[in-house]
Write a protein that binds this ligand. Structure first.
Ligand SMILES: Cc1cc2nc3c(=O)[nH]c(=O)nc-3n(C[C@H](O)[C@H](O)[C@H](O)COP(=O)(O)OP(=O)(O)OC[C@H]3O[C@@H](n4cnc5c(N)ncnc54)[C@H](O)[C@@H]3O)c2cc1C
Length: 412
C-alpha cells in the first residue's frame, strides 16, 4: 500500500508544528508544506519585536484558556493535551531553552526569534518534511473517491489524502476561501489587539508617559480592564488598551472605532478618599501650588495636565481649591472621558478575530466536521488571544493535535 500524502497549506507556526508532529509520529508518511510567501515562518521571525514570545508561563489549562476572547471553551481540552509546559519541553528537547520575564512572557534565552525559526526548520529537515515556498494554494477540491486535488500557481495540480489548512488569520474573507469552498463558515474577520486614537491635545503632549495601573472602560458597554497604560503620539496603548481591544474586537468594530473611553487614573482610591486627601493638603500645605503636588503614583506631568484639564488655574494653591473645582478634579482623576476616533494596529503583535467557525471543527483531532480528511490549525480558526505568548501557544497546541491526527490512518 502506498504511504499517504499529507499536504499542509501555510508554512507558519501552526503548519510547521503540525508537519513536524505528523512526520515524527508516522515515519514514511509524505508530509508537504506549501507556503505562499518566499519565506517560511515569516511571522515567527518578526514576532515579539524580533525576540518571539513563544508562550506564557501559566501551566493550568483552564486559566490559560481564559486569555482567549475567542476560543476559550474550545481550547481547554486541547491545552490538557499540549500546553505551555509541553511547549517548553518540546523546544528544550531540541536544544532551545526558554526564559520567563517578570510579566510571564517566555522567550528563547538568546532573545532572538531566529533561534525558534532555525529550530523549527531543523526539525522539519530531520523529520523529512518537504517544504515548498512561493506556492500559494487558492483552490482545493474534494476528489470523488476521497482526498483532495490542489491547484498550484504553476498550473499543475497536487493530490493528497489529507489536507491541513494553517493559513493564518483571515484578515479578509478571501483568505478563508479554501475553507469556505470546502463547506465551512467563516466568522466575519475583524482586527484584534489595536491601540486607540485620541486627539485630546493635552494627552498627546504626554506621549511616552506610562502609568502602572489604571482602570479603563468603554462607555455603554460592559467592557472594562485594569492594567498598565501608555500614552502615545496618537492616543493610548499599553496592556490595558490591548486587552480592551481584544475583548471588545467586535463591539468596537460595530462602533466604527468611535466611542467614549473612561479612564480612572487612581483605581485604588475612592471619591471620598480623594476628598479627604485634598482637605489634608488644604491644611498641611495651603500655600503650595496644586499643579506641583501630585498624588502618588501619578507622574508629575500627567498630574499637572489633569489638574489643568479639570479647570483649575495653574496658580491655584491648595488653600484656594473651591468645592466645585475639587469636584471637577476628582471627576478628572477617576473618570476622565476621552473620545476615541480610530485605531492603529499594535506594532508588536496583532491578530484577527474571526475565522473558521469553531463548532464545525472537532478539537480532539482538529478535523473538520463538515469535510472528511480536512483539518485546521492556528489563527485560521476563530481563535485569538491577548498579547503575551497566548497566540503562539494556540498555534503550537492546535498544530500538534492536528499533526497527531493527520498521522493516524483512520483519519483519512
Ligand atoms: C508583528 C506580529 C508580532 C507577533 N508576535 C507574537 C508573539 O511574540 N507571540 C505570540 O504568541 N503571538 C505573536 N503574534 C501572533 C502570531 O504571530 C500568530 O498568532 C501566529 O503566527 C499564528 O500562526 P499561524 O501558523 O496560524 O499563522 P501564520 O504564522 O500567519 O502562518 C500562516 C502562513 O500561511 C501562509 N499562507 C496564507 N495563505 C496561504 C495560501 N493560500 N497558500 C499557501 N500559504 C498560505 C502565510 O503566508 C503564512 O506564512 C504576532 C503577530 C504579529 C503580526
Amino acid at each position: 500500500m502506498n504511504s499517504p500524502r499529507i499536504v499542509i497549506v501555510g508554512g507558519g507556526a501552526a503548519g510547521f508544528f503540525a508537519a513536524i508532529t505528523c512526520a515524527e509520529s508516522a515515519p514514511g508518511t509524505e508530509v508537504i508544506v506549501l507556503e505562499r510567501g518566499p519565506q517560511f515562518l515569516a511571522k515567527v521571525k518578526i514576532s515579539g519585536g524580533g525576540r518571539c514570545n513563544v508562550t506564557h508561563t501559566c501551566f493550568n489549562e483552564r486559566e490559560f484558556a481564559t486569555h482567549f476572547p475567542r476560543g476559550e471553551r474550545a481550547l481547554i481540552s486541547p491545552f490538557k493535551r499540549f500546553q505551555a509546559s509541553d511547549t517548553v519541553a518540546w523546544f528544550a528537547a531540541r536544544g532551545v531553552k526558554l526564559k520567563t520575564e517578570s510579566d510571564g512572557r517566555m522567550f528563547p534565552t538568546t532573545d532572538s526569534s531566529q533561534t525558534i525559526v532555525d529550530c523549527l526548520l531543523n526539525a522539519t529537515r530531520q523529520a523529512g518534511v518537504k517544504l515548498t515556498a512561493n506556492c500559494g494554494v487558492d483552490v482545493a477540491a474534494r476528489r470523488p473517491g476521497g482526498g483532495f486535488e490542489l491547484s498550484l500557481p504553476n498550473g499543475e495540480s497536487l493530490s493528497c489524502d489529507r489536507l491541513l489548512i494553517a493559513t493564518g488569520g483571515c484578515r479578509t474573507p478571501a483568505l478563508g476561501q479554501i475553507a469556505v469552498s470546502l463547506g465551512h463558515t467563516l466568522e466575519t474577520p475583524v482586527p484584534s489587539l489595536f491601540t486607540f486614537h485620541i486627539a485630546t491635545p493635552w494627552l498627546r503632549a504626554l506621549a511616552g508617559i506610562s502609568v502602572g495601573t489604571v482602570k479603563a472602560s468603554v462607555a455603554g458597554t460592559g467592557l472594562h480592564e485594569r492594567g498598565a497604560l501608555l500614552v502615545t503620539h496618537w492616543g493610548l496603548s499599553g496592556p490595558v488598551i490591548l486587552r480592551l481591544s481584544a475583548w471588545g474586537a467586535r463591539a468596537l468594530h460595530e462602533k466604527n472605532y468611535r466611542f467614549a473611553l473612561h479612564v480612572n487614573w487612581l483605581p485604588q482610591l475612592s471619591d471620598e478618599t480623594l476628598a479627604r486627601e485634598f482637605q489634608t493638603r488644604r491644611n498641611s500645605q495651603p500655600a503650595r501650588l496644586i499643579v506641583n503636588s501630585p498624588i502618588a503614583p501619578l507622574p508629575a506631568r500627567l498630574w499637572e495636565q489633569l489638574v489643568l484639564a479639570s479647570g483649575a488655574a495653574r496658580e491655584t494653591r491648595w488653600a484656594a481649591l473651591s468645592r466645585s473645582t475639587q469636584h471637577q478634579l476628582i471627576q478628572q482623576l477617576l473618570r476622565t472621558e476621552f473620545q476615541v476616533t480610530g485605531k492603529s494596529l499594535n506594532q508588536d503583535e496583532f491578530v484577527t478575530c474571526g475565522g473558521v467557525r469553531l463548532g464545525e471543527v472537532n478539537f480532539k483531532t482538529m478535523a473538520s466536521q463538515v469535510c472528511p480528511g480536512l483539518f485546521f490549525a492556528g489563527e485560521v480558526l476563530d481563535i485569538d488571544g491577548i498579547t503575551g505568548g497566548f497566540n503562539f501557544q494556540a498555534a503550537w497546541t492546535t498544530g500538534w493535535i492536528a499533526g497527531r491526527a493527520l498521522a493516524e490512518p483512520g483519519n483519512a
